[in-house]
Ligand binder design. Structure first.
Ligand code: SF4
Length: 323
């Protein structure tokens, strides 16, 4: 199919077309970005939401996700703790509130939790909600009663990524399945959580795998879609992964495709923004409407003030949700 026809607004992109879009020659990138930008402006205007991420539990995870520094099979040199100091957690939440950032994202390593641990977390969420911050929690598999406990504590959103395409998933993780992830997400959706669901690009998957993943994300219809670009971490199985395929053009095609397929969601350029889009920040914001400031779970990033300044300098407005 002709590119113009495939990216025309209102056209439902099939799985095959999604893959075709990722394989378009770079000479078609401008047309693709034009279509993605029109949808960005229609659904998000000039707003950019900024998230701050706190790693609440770090390291010691029983799972073997190839990219993750917190996995038990990773030898990455990271700080490990069971619960972040209250001072740090509440301090970060205050920062989110004072800087009027869109959301405080909190992440916990691990795949399953005891009811006691969830109750402990719920207590901290209740306290942070007193600041009025919008909170999203990235957490492994929850039982339904645990998810209800967090909902009753005021948790607004849960992040649970698909990470990659169904067929590729066994190559990056052998300790749980793609289907388990989907089931967990379906349960959270049934309970009425806002959802954040995306993946990681650059782990050795094909364009078809990314197309598969985005088709499943579209079906989930989450409020936000974080796209991470692999930052190989020393000590993890993907430490020496060849990332030469992660050109600016390819990364941009993935983000444009996410915008075309799930246009009304927040499309977030998460990990890798400062590396793969350096010097292309204006182009990036013409497609995505959401970024992290002050780093990722185990990797650093651009500070809050610098991120806000960049957004304003490029003619966009940091979104204000917390007050
Ligand atoms: S389940 Fe989460 S914390 Fe554990 S290894 Fe996988 S990505 Fe890392």
């Amino acid at each position: 199919m002709e590119t113009q026809e495939m990216i025309r607004e209102g056209h439902f992109i099939t799985r095959e077309e999604a893959e075709e879009i990722l394989r378009l020659p770079d000479s078609e990138l401008a047309a693709l970005m034009g279509a993605a930008n029109a949808l960005r402006l229609r659904y998000k205007g000039k707003k950019v939401s900024i998230q701050l991420l706190t790693n609440v539990r770090s390291g010691g995870c029983s799972q073997d996700c190839a990219y993750c520094a917190q996995s038990c099979v990773s030898g990455a040199d990271i700080e490990k703790y069971r619960f972040v100091r209250d001072e740090k957690l509440y301090g970060d939440d205050k920062l989110v509130s004072e800087h009027h950032l869109a959301r405080h994202c909190i992440g916990l390593s691990g795949i399953s939790f005891s009811d006691g641990e969830i109750e402990e977390l719920a207590g901290r969420i209740r306290k942070m909600k007193e600041n009025g911050t919008h909170i999203c929690c990235s957490i492994g598999f929850l039982t339904e009663p645990q998810a209800i406990m967090l909902k009753e504590a005021g948790l607004d959103r849960i992040n649970h990524n698909l990470n990659s395409g169904r067929n590729f998933y066994p190559q990056i993780c052998s300790t749980h399945t793609y289907e388990q992830r989907l089931e967990n997400i379906r349960m959270l959706k049934r309970l009425g959580f806002e959802l954040c669901c995306g993946g990681i690009v650059g782990m050795g998957e094909s364009a078809g795998d990314i197309a598969d993943m985005l088709c499943d994300v579209r079906e989930i219809s989450p409020e936000s879609v974080p796209i991470n670009f692999l930052l190989p971490i020393k000590g993890t199985r993907l430490a020496d992964r060849d990332i030469s395929s992660l050109t600016y053009e390819y990364c941009m095609k993935v983000l444009c495709l996410a915008r075309l397929m799930i246009p009304e969601a927040d499309i977030r350029c998460a990990a890798g923004r400062e590396v793969y889009f350096r010097g292309h920040e204006a182009e990036l914001l013409s497609v995505v409407d959401s970024v992290f400031a002050a780093g990722y779970l185990t990797a650093g990033g651009q500070g809050i003030e610098d991120t806000k300044k960049l957004i304003r300098d490029l003619g966009y407005e940091p979104e204000v949700e917390s007050d």
